[in-house]
Design a protein around this ligand. Sequence first.
Ligand code: ATP
Length: 325
Amino acid sequence: MNITLKGIEKAYGSFQAVKPLDLTIEDRFVTILGQSGCGKTTLLKMLAGLTEPTAGELFFDDHLIFSKARKTNVKPNKRGIAMVFQDFGLWPHMTVYDNIAFGLRNIRSKKDRRDAVNEALIKVRLEDKATKKPGELSGGQQQRVALARAIAVNPKLILFDEALSALDAILREQMREEILAIVQKIGAQAIFVTHDQTEAMAMSDMMIVMEAGNVVQTGRPEHIYRSPAHAYVADFIGKANWMKSQEGMIRPERISLQPKEHARAQTGHVRKSLFTGDRYLIVAEVNGQHWQFYDQNPHETGSSITLYVQESDIHYFDKQEASSL
Ligand code: ATP
């Protein structure tokens, strides 16, 4: 499905939570990424119909879903969307089965309803937990119930709002895989809000990076990492090492400890070596900036170091422009 936003915006009084936005989303798994308060949830809720835009138009393929000017606002439950929230949003007094069935109240036939619940339970591998209450389940299992409730309505689009934030690191990784697999299996599209850039890069076909109500860059994770359009994006997605001028940036993996032809030598002092399991992350002070890069061995704190960077690996930005976004 093509999701098209034309001039969509949201203001609360004089404050613009989302500034006028033109955007087309057609990829399968899309993440919206940005710091707290940048407008991610507001954008997601406008797609869901839970927050009314102040202006603009929204289309799902050729269907007009919202238009301020044309006074069209398709109800949330008529948009073919399901939403999964950070706090799971489960009813504590209901069983897992009833929590999932709750969203299927408008299916008349009891059998069809039962089949839809059971099918969703199988997809999230919780068939044996149907009679349990949410409080009797682990965090990961509760998250899967929330996912089952979302997929049971057979949505074209599933919106995830910081859906993995309540889980610990290991579970988060497992659930990432599971969500990707399930979304793919049911042939739905997903938009996933997160402030975790590693999660966003690992999961998405397309990333939408937001800053202060603006979309500052969209594209494939590799493209955004390798060719950030703004200094803000460079800093926020991955690690950025800034040159003295503050306009040039180099990624850690492009820094070499070996002299290279035509490479610029930069000297500095090691601040610390952090063991990350498969290698060390070395933090060094270079021209008054903190640089981070990787090595197989630790370096002594305080030791001097020479690093080599190639001009073609340096990204240049207008920092002034970025900070005025
Ligand atoms: P987080 O990662 O912390 O959830 P977010 O990027 O999802 O943040 P939003 O919830 O979209 O941010 O909020 C964007 C901005 O709009 C924030 O400054 C927030 O305070 C403001 N905002 C959100 N809802 C309202 C509201 N109902 N009334 C007034 N301001 C609001």
